[in-house]
Write a protein that binds this ligand. Structure first.
Ligand SMILES: NC(=O)c1ccc[n+]([C@@H]2O[C@H](COP(=O)([O-])OP(=O)(O)OC[C@H]3O[C@@H](n4cnc5c(N)ncnc54)[C@H](O)[C@@H]3O)[C@@H](O)[C@H]2O)c1
Length: 438
């Protein structure tokens, strides 16, 4: 199959590279000329494990190319995927569909033959109808089907997720679109990935329902963590105790500083806006959004409380800034609210992140970035683990206790146990568990 991928960001680049690895002929398009120039030189615009090798392999095999010229990619393509951003619209929280609509219009002017236009971006229900209308308005003669194929990959594990998905959801309105998408995903039959065909609108709803449900699970366990702290229980054992129940499952039950990233915050908000427009209250999702927003800043207060309520003039070392490990993505990361809350109370912040510093510099002010966790901790009055990168799992805690001004460890990801921290001479504050003093 000949595929054009419009938008070469996290989703477009990973999807394009994986489709080419399946043997399809893929052209990835982006408006950002610097991004395309970098890709031509083999430089990845994002940090994603395994991506560089996958791209290089398929470029060398002649199956994957990059361009800024949308028309060049669309001409002769069997399928054209739209994978542009759908950020929160400033002011009202609706999904900003301007990039999707602009891409649809551009595609329409460039179509040369029969093609399936597939929306991979996360878009509110009804967007496929509008994409189809825009294309037909611009190119009334075009033989085109419009389908929805939401993407469920997770940053940090994107390639594996794309190649071994739990399911592939495809929303179609005609047999041609169904046949083309079936052919594109046929290589995944080997992995027994269920291909779920629905209508276009249903596929659009599935993506938001999935993200809202996962955000709810995280928020649920975070509130249980708050309860555990007050009643003297341990949320990690609660997670295990409920997660072993097959009806509940163990995933997304890790208490922490609240969800962030490029998807859950904006998608839960956009879902609420859709629901508001059609006057269907989604009260559970409403609560999830409110609770999570409040939580990120509350984590700053948690650190302040661990330092006896006063951080003015104190230095706090943060480990991990990205919204999760194995990505450089800082979008809506809890670290942003935490840094802000600490700085508002007069603290100085030093930080270390394995891959996110360049992106962090764009969103955090007055933070001193350090080259390793021990340098960050030097002379600091407390150490705070914000993101659970693997390299923070085996820190030399005794060394940390020696180099910190005050031996306080606030572990917002529960990487360590209170006992091991206490043995190393650190006062430990985790999430949803009793604090332990050395
Ligand atoms: N990042 C994730 O983990 C993830 C997971 C699942 C779904 N999604 C969804 O996928 C979509 C894309 O997300 P992302 O994180 O890859 O975004 P991104 O911002 O990383 O990438 C979008 C790219 O599209 C390009 N672009 C915009 N308009 C264009 C046009 N007309 N022609 C060519 N290029 C254009 C931009 O320059 C940018 O490089 C969003 O709707 C998002 O919600 C993201």
């Amino acid at each position: 199959m000949r595929i054009a991928m419009i938008g070469t960001g996290y989703v477009g680049l990973v999807s394009g590279a994986c489709f080419s690895d399946f043997g399809h002929q893929v052209v990835c398009v982006d408006k950002d000329a610097d991004k395309i120039a970098a890709l031509h030189k083999g430089v990845m615009p994002i940090y994603e494990p395994g991506l560089e090798a996958l791209v290089e392999h398929n470029v060398r095999g002649g199956r994957l190319t990059f361009t800024t010229e949308l028309a060049e990619a669309v001409a002769g393509a069997d399928a054209i995927f739209i994978a542009v951003g759908t950020p929160s619209r400033r002011g009202d929280g609706h999904a900003d569909l301007s990039y999707v609509h602009a891409a649809a219009r551009e595609i329409a002017t460039a179509l040369t033959g029969p093609a399936v236009v597939v929306t991979k971006s996360t878009v509110p229900v009804g967007t496929g109808d509008e994409v189809e209308r825009l294309i037909r308005e611009t190119a009334p003669e075009a033989q085109v089907s419009v389908a929805s194929n939401p993407e469920f990959l997770r940053e940090g594990a994107a390639i594996n997720d794309f190649k071994h998905p739990d399911r592939i959801v495809v929303g179609v309105e005609d047999d041609h679109a169904r046949d083309v998408l079936e052919a594109i995903y046929r290589p995944l039959n080997l992995n027994k990935a269920p291909l779920l065909f629905t209508t276009r609108r249903t596929a659009e709803v599935i993506k938001y329902a999935a993200n809202a449900f996962l955000a709810t699970k995280i928020t649920f366990i975070n509130e249980m963590a708050d309860l555990c702290e007050v009643v003297g229980a341990d949320v990690q054992s609660v997670s295990r105790g409920i997660g072993l129940d097959n009806r509940i499952g163990p995933k997304f039950l890790h208490a922490g500083p609240g969800y962030g990233g490029s998807c859950f915050p904006k998608d839960t908000l956009a879902l609420l806006k859709t629901a508001e427009d059609v006057q269907v209250p989604l009260r559970i999702v409403e609560s999830v959004v409110k609770v999570n927003d409040a939580r990120k800043r509350a984590m700053g207060r948690k650190v302040i409380k661990a330092m006896n309520g006063d951080v003015r003039g104190k230095t706090i070392a943060l480990l991990g800034l990205t919204f999760k490990p194995n990505t450089d993505d800082m979008r809506d990361s809890p670290s942003i609210s935490i840094v802000q809350a600490l700085q508002d109370e007069g603290a100085r912040v030093r930080a270390y992140d394995p891959e996110g510093v360049e992106q962090a510099k764009l969103v955090l002010e007055n933070v001193e970035f350090c080259e390793d966790p021990y340098v960050a901790a030097e002379g600091a009055d407390s150490l705070v683990i914000v993101t659970e990168w693997d390299q923070f799992r085996a820190l030399d805690l005794s060394r940390m206790a020696d180099i910190l001004n005050q031996p306080i460890l606030v572990d917002l990801r529960n990487i360590y146990s209170g006992e091991e921290a206490a043995q190393a001479g650190l006062r430990y504050v985790g999430v949803g568990q009793p604090s332990i003093t050395a």
